[in-house]
Structures are given as C-alpha cells and as structure tokens.
Design a binder for this molecule. Structure first.
Ligand SMILES: C[S@@+](CC[C@H](N)C(=O)[O-])C[C@H]1O[C@@H](n2cnc3c(N)ncnc32)[C@H](O)[C@@H]1O
Length: 410
C-alpha cells in the first residue's frame, strides 16, 4: 500500500533515509516521498514535496545509470553534504574539523573509468551498471567522463565481441595516458595463442597505447606514461591513479603546502609516485608501497627524470609491517594516502615517532577520523582539512589534512 514518508537525512551511499530506517535512493532531506515499503527500501518512489535543493539531472542517462548518485541535488547541496560527512566523522571521534572550502572537479574530467561490456544477440552492450543491478546502461552522453574516454567505448565493444561470453560481463578499465589509451580487461576468455594475436590486432586497429588482458600485457605499442611533476611513469596495467587530473592537482597542492620546506619526506602508500615525484623536486623522498610492480615503475620514472633529488623506494606491506619509530626518525615529514581501511597500524607508529609534520590523504572520512584521533591523542594538532571531490555526483569523499606536533605549530 502506498504511504508517505519524510526524508530526514542522507546516508553514506547518498540515499535518502526516512525513519525506520527506510532507504530511499534519489530523495533529499526534507522531502516528502510516497511509495510502497519493501523491506528497508521504498518501491515506486514519487516525490510529493520536493526539496529546494532538487535540480534537473545534468545527464540524460541519470534515471537508469548507476554511475552517479547525486545528480538530483544542486552542486551547493552536494558540496555542503560532503563537507558535513567529514565534519560528522571527525565529531564522532571528538575532533573539531577545521574545513577549508571544498574543491570539486569539473564535469567530463574523469580520466579513468571501468565500463561493463556484455555480448548480446545483436552485438554488445557497453556502459555502467544500473544502481544495485546487473543491467548495463549505455552512456553515449555521459557527463562524467572525459570526452576522449567516452570516445573509447567502442574499444570495449570490440574486445567483448572477441573475448567476452554471453553470460559474463567484461570489466574494461580505460585510462587516458600521454601516449593514448591504456586498456586493461578482466572477466573475459582465457588467453591462448590465436586469441592473443586477435587482441593485438584490435590494439593496432584502435591505436591503443597498451592492452592488458587479466593483468597480462598483450600489446604495448607506446609506453602509456603518466606525468607526475618532472617525471613520466609507466604504471603497471590497472594500477591506482587519481580519478581526475584536476583532483590530483588539488590533492598535490594541499600536500605540498602541508609538507612545506621539509627536506626528508616519507611518502607511504605511494602508488606510482603521484606525490613522491613532485615532492622530489625539493626534498629527498622515500616512497613505500605494497605493490612491487608500482615501486618499480616509480623508480624507473625517477631514474629517467632530470633535476630531482634522491628518491628511494621500498615494497612493503604497511598494514603488517608499518615503518617503526627508529625508521621514521630520519624524516621531517610523512605523507600517507592509504586505501579505504585507513592506516591504523602505521598511525600507531607515527603517534610514537613524533615527527613534526604529517599529511594524511584519505578516501574514507570514517577511518581518517579514527586515525586523526590517534594522532591528536599523541599531541598532534589538526591544522586544516581540504575536502576534494573528484568523484563528482557520487557519494565518495576524499580529503587531504595537515597535522603538526602541537608544541611546534604549523
Ligand atoms: C589511495 S592509493 C594512493 C596511491 C598514491 N598515493 C597516489 O596518489 O597515486 C593507496 C595505495 O596503497 C597501496 N596499498 C594498499 N594496501 C597496502 C598495504 N597494506 N601496504 C602498503 N601499500 C598498500 C595501494 O597499492 C595503493 O597504491
């Protein structure tokens, strides 16, 4: 039976939440909505009283596509909400949040995306999955992706025709590089000789820089380099990269400011050197990262670059084997950018080591707030938090934060 509900807040996935809790995707706080409750969600939702923050979605695919969650809300609302997510996470740990104004990446700036591609009776279907569904929505007018990335969707279709099954879905990661498109595929047919030759032909026909299948490089026609400051790095297939160049620049600028004139910097969870290599323009850097293929790429990029200070790399699992105080004591500043789980073990050692400056880049406000509290308990001051929204119209929140030892200031 149809009932009415008032949305009281947004959850971490960007869903509206009414008392119950009842989760109502694409509803905003203060709105009255109607529909039929099914478990903890609302079927056939209609907005009875819209929020003043409700806007027409920028993209014509929004209704069916699951790529974006918050296009029905104004930019100002999303910006305030993301800041509030960080404020609330810190407040739950008893930490006050000195938030700077948010930085949001422009539309059509995503330089990397994973599209889903399936073979069909008629050919192929390529795009993003619908929200919590297996259905793939085509996205020819997507407002998120860089136009060059959008133009690459036919590559995914060609790969699915050759190497996809009618049952399985191919995950095709497309990344823009300095030398063209870098493509990495999983979920397809197993490799064999003739199949590899056909894949290499597709790489040739579409002018791909590189094509990898289940992590194995099939064709490397041009090195798919990424520029990090003065260095050019060729990441291993599918390696982590910040989602937009604009977001990367905003995070790097915050990191540079917080590091200040430190002369010896440790960059932990360093990836392929997004922060390490630009920092090596003014400081000696030790870059630590779990994936040896990434530290090798970083090292190569440093060796080929001109005018950088000394940079060393170390492949190390920082969850199991965090850097210890006696290893940390030789640095003036530490930058860390862990995955969503945060860096509990490493932060416990940082709390003991008492370095003057710590810069924490995070993609999860909840684990960040937990780790921030550990540092504050150890005598650090949280100077500022810069929220960076490079996953526009999604519920993701990223940030960079500056800590310094309270008695030193900063
Ligand atoms: C959010 S990414 C940041 C990478 C880099 N700072 C950048 O901006 O490109 C997190 C990195 O942590 C690495 N990582 C994940 N778990 C790890 C662990 N237990 N020990 C060390 N590194 C880890 C990942 O491989 C990834 O490169």
């Amino acid at each position: 039976m149809t009932q009415e509900f008032t949305i009281t807040r947004l959850g971490h996935q960007g869903d509206g939440i009414a008392t119950g809790p009842l989760y109502v995707p694409r509803a905003l706080p203060g709105e009255v909505v109607s529909g039929t409750p099914e478990g903890d969600t609302l079927a056939e939702m209609r907005v009875v009283t819209p929020s003043p923050h409700r806007v027409s979605p920028a993209c014509r695919h929004y209704r069916a596509c699951g790529g974006c969650q918050l296009q029905h809300a104004s930019d100002a609302f999303v910006a305030d909400w993301k800041q509030e997510v960080v404020r609330a996470a810190l407040s739950a740990q008893g930490v006050e949040a000195p938030l700077r104004p948010i930085h949001t990446s422009p539309p059509q700036s995503r330089r990397r995306a994973t599209i889903a591609v399936r073979r069909t009776k008629k050919g192929t279907l390529a795009g993003f999955h619908g929200r919590a569904s297996d259905v793939i929505t085509e996205i020819p007018d997507c407002r998120l992706l860089d136009p060059a990335l959008l133009a690459a969707i036919p590559v995914g279709e060609a790969l699915a025709l050759l190497g996809g099954s009618r049952k399985g879905v191919l995950a095709v990661t497309l990344t823009l590089s300095e030398a063209g498109l870098d493509v990495s595929v999983s979920g397809g047919k197993p490799l064999d000789g003739p199949f590899e030759a056909s894949l290499a032909l597709i790489a040739e026909q579409h002018g791909l820089a590189r094509l990898a299948w289940e992590g194995e490089v099939i064709a490397s026609r041009h090195a798919p380099a990424q520029r990090f400051g003065k260095a050019s790095v060729v990441p291993p297939p599918g390696a982590f990269l910040q989602a937009t160049k604009d977001g990367e620049a905003a995070l790097l600028s915050a990191v540079r400011e917080a590091v200040g004139n430190a002369k010896r910097v440790a960059d932990l969870f360093a990836g392929c050197g997004t922060f390490s290599l630009p920092l090596a323009e003014t400081a000696e850097v030790h870059a630590v990262e779990g994936e040896a293929t990434m530290t090798a790429a970083l090292d190569q990029g440093w060796r080929r670059a001109q005018g950088l200070k000394r940079l060393t790399t170390e492949a190390r699992d920082l969850f199991r084997r965090p850097l210890l105080p006696d290893e940390l004591s030789r640095f003036d500043a530490v930058v860390l950018d862990p995955p969503r789980a945060g860096a509990e073990a490493q932060v416990a050692e940082l709390a003991r080591a008492k370095l003057p400056v710590i810069v924490y880049v995070s993609c999860n406000p909840v684990t960040f707030a937990r780790d921030a509290n550990t540092l504050i308990q150890a005598g650090y001051r949280l100077n500022w938090v810069q929220v960076v929204d490079q996953f526009r119209w999604s519920a993701h929140v990223e940030l960079a934060a500056s800590f310094s030892l309270a008695h030193i200031g900063g």
